[in-house]
Each structure stands twice: as C-alpha cells, then as structure tokens.
Design a protein around this ligand. Structure first.
Ligand code: XIL
Length: 381
C-alpha cells in the first residue's frame, strides 16, 4: 500500500513536471500590444467604470497601449455648465494609462453631438450666439481642457465630423451657424496656443470614401493655407463586414498620407450585422432572424469572414508607415456602441474579443498580420 502510494506520487510529480515543461516550451500567444510593438499604437475606447473590475482592467492593460475615452472627454462631459469643468471620470482613464505605460488620445474638443447647447446657441432665443461669444466659449473650452491634460494627452481630435454627408461642404452645425466656416481653423488655432506640444488631429467618418474625401481634402488645404498646423487625420473606421470598399479605403489612406500627415484609424469596428439600408446588408439573415440574427453567438463562417476582413484591413494599414495608430472603438463585443446603433438592443460582434474577453479568430488574424508586417517594414511610429 505504502509502495503504491509512493509510486503514484512519483508518477504524479513527473506528470506535472512534464506538463510544466510543455507549457513553458510553448511560447504564450503575444498580446495585441506586444504584436504591434513599435510599429503602431494599438488602442481602445472605453468608459472609466470598466476599470473598476480588476479582471477587465488587467485585460485592458495587457492588450492595448493606447486609450481613448469613449464619451468622458466630450464637451458635455467636461463642461456641461459654462465654466464648471468636471474631469473626474476622464482623469481616472488618464491615471490608469499613466500607470500602465499607455498613450492617451483626447476625443474630442469640438463636435456637434454630445456638446452643451450653451456653447454655440443662445439658450433663451434658441438662436446662434454672436460670432464673438461663440468663439469665446470655444476658446475657453479648448484652453480649459488642454491645460488640464497638458503633457498627459499625446494628441487631440480637435474637430470631429465637420464635413457634411449631404451638404456640399461643411455640416450645418451650431458652431458653424454661430461662427462661420472658419470655426475649424479657429479651433485648431486655439488648440495650438493652448498646448503647442500636443498633436492635433482632424477626425471624421467616411472621409476615406469617394463621396466625402474631396471635401476633407479641401478642408485640410484650407487649414494649411491659413497657416494652421495639423498633425494628423483620423479616419474613424466604422466599417461593415462587406469588403467591397477595400480599394476605396486604401485610396483614402493614401490620399491623406500623401499630404505628409499622420493617418490614424481612430474608431475601428467591423459590423457583421445586417443594416436596414446601405452596403453590407445581409438580406438572407434579415429574412431569417429580423435584424438581430446572431443573438446566440457569431456562426463560424461569419467569424472567419470577420477575421479575413480584419486581416486584409490591417495588411493595408501596414503598407503605410504614416499609419501610426489604430484604435478599436470598444474593448470587446460587450462594450461596443454597435449593440445600440443603428438599431437599439441588438447583440453585435464587431471587435476582436468576445463578451467574455475571449480572443476571436479576428484577433488571431490581426496579431499574425501585425507580426508579419512589423518584421517586413520595420517602420516606426
Ligand atoms: C459614440 C459612443 O460610442 C456612444 O457610447 C455614445 O452614446 C455616442 O457616441 N463617432 C464618434 C464617437 O466620433 O464619439 C461616437 O461614439 C461614435 C461615432
């Protein structure tokens, strides 16, 4: 009995030793930030309360080397009431980033959404403020925010989404109504004077696409002609799983890279769900399940399609050393705005990690592409 016991413990010990050896022989899969190395920043957008969960906080620090506040640096979060700045939530993100060697990108100083009405509109008459009053508010906001984060935020989306979709040039917004077309120029000038060290970006969606690109190029030229220094262009990158616009995306990247600007993919996600209208509508899925066909998970063929789309897009990014950052718009599928947009209450799967923070095939595809790409180009961010 005693002998059997001893034998058993020897067998068990050697078994656990060989398991340990096996485990240490097999190199652990690199994280996203390890795979990106020095080639580019790889970021995620998040809400500060995600950092309250230690498991989630660890995951975020391991996988990403750049953070963007998904909502908490927007004008209505930082200065809902005139002159009363509220930085607590955003500070939590910046403190976490500092602690984990991550770069913070500020989003955003001037935008028509999630901005308090008082900034550009007279609250009593509902009419646009005078140009002078609106400029004073814009300047006050930009200075207040950028001074607070001086030296801690690497770059700012100074103006977000100023180009119109249907308008011939700029979007008809409260800031434009009060100030005029040069509100973009003014915003960049205020930002430069507030923090000359910070990088300044123009950020928008679909500016890679043919219908919007000429308007964005015109805006960048006007900024340049006005002597305004812009450091980079942010292509938001809210794309669909349908890959028919792959060529247009690359042409867009090239057009901005050719201007000598840094190009960043600032809000990337790839939506596998059908849309009511627009490209990428998967009609058979719509017919079968309404507009929420993947409530119980993404079928394998769609996982593979999503992975291929991510792989191809990252392969394109790596061809352009001007692409210095890719930020995913959310840390994982459970924290994606696409669960609520453009249709509320769906179960979406547009990111690299699933709801349990498990890697998806798309993650593996991106890591492999980054590893091949970085060894080939050796470009530096
Ligand atoms: C979205 C956030 O993800 C949502 O949580 C919020 O309700 C609305 O805004 N373009 C942008 C981002 O520049 O700020 C938007 O973020 C998504 C579209």
């Amino acid at each position: 009995m005693k002998r059997t016991h001893r034998l058993l413990s020897i067998v068990l010990a050697s078994l656990s030793w060989s398991c340990a050896a096996l485990a240490s022989d097999k190199p652990a899969a690199p994280t996203l930030r390890q795979a990106a190395g020095d080639r580019m920043l790889i970021g995620a957008a998040l809400m500060s309360n995600q950092l309250d969960d230690p498991r989630r906080a660890k995951f975020i620090a391991e996988q990403f080397n750049s953070l963007t506040a998904e909502n908490e640096m927007k004008p209505d979060q930082l200065q809902r009431e005139r002159g009363k700045f509220t930085f607590e939530n955003a500070d939590k993100i910046v403190d976490f980033a500092d602690k984990h060697g991550m770069t913070v990108i500020g989003h955003t100083l001037v935008w028509h959404n999630q901005s308090p009405a008082w900034m550009y509109t007279d609250e009593k008459t509902k009419q646009p403020l005078s140009r002078e009053a609106a400029l004073e508010n814009m300047r006050g906001h930009i200075h207040g925010v950028m001074n607070h984060y001086k030296g801690r935020v690497k770059g700012w989306d100074v103006v977000n989404e100023a180009i119109g979709d249907s308008e011939p040039y700029l979007r008809d917004t409260p800031a434009l109504k009060a100030i005029g077309d040069d509100f973009v120029i003014k915003a960049f000038q205020f930002a430069r004077e507030a923090d000359p060290e910070a990088e300044l970006y123009y950020n928008d969606y679909n500016i890679e696409a043919n219908y919007k690109r000429p308007k964005a190029l015109r805006l960048l030229k006007e900024l340049k002609d006005a002597g305004v220094k812009v450091d980079g262009v942010g292509i938001q990158g809210h794309w669909l799983i349908d890959n028919s616009n792959a060529k247009e995306i690359e042409e867009g990247i090239k057009a901005y890279a050719d201007l000598g600007l840094k190009v960043m993919i600032t809000e990337m996600d790839v939506d596998p769900l059908p849309r009511r209208q627009g490209g990428g509508a998967d009609l058979s899925a719509t017919e079968r399940e309404g507009l929420d066909p993947y409530k119980n998970g993404l079928p394998d063929d769609v996982q593979q399609k999503l992975a291929a789309r991510y792989r191809d897009l990252f392969a394109t990014f790596l061809k352009y050393p001007q692409i210095t950052r890719v930020t995913l718009w959310g840390t994982d599928d459970g924290h994606s705005w696409l669960n609520g947009f453009p249709v509320r209450g769906r179960t979406n799967h547009p990111l690299l990690f699933d709801r349990d923070l498990k890697p998806k095939p798309a993650l593996e595809a991106v890591i492999q592409t980054l590893q091949t790409g970085t060894s080939q180009t050796g470009a530096k961010r």
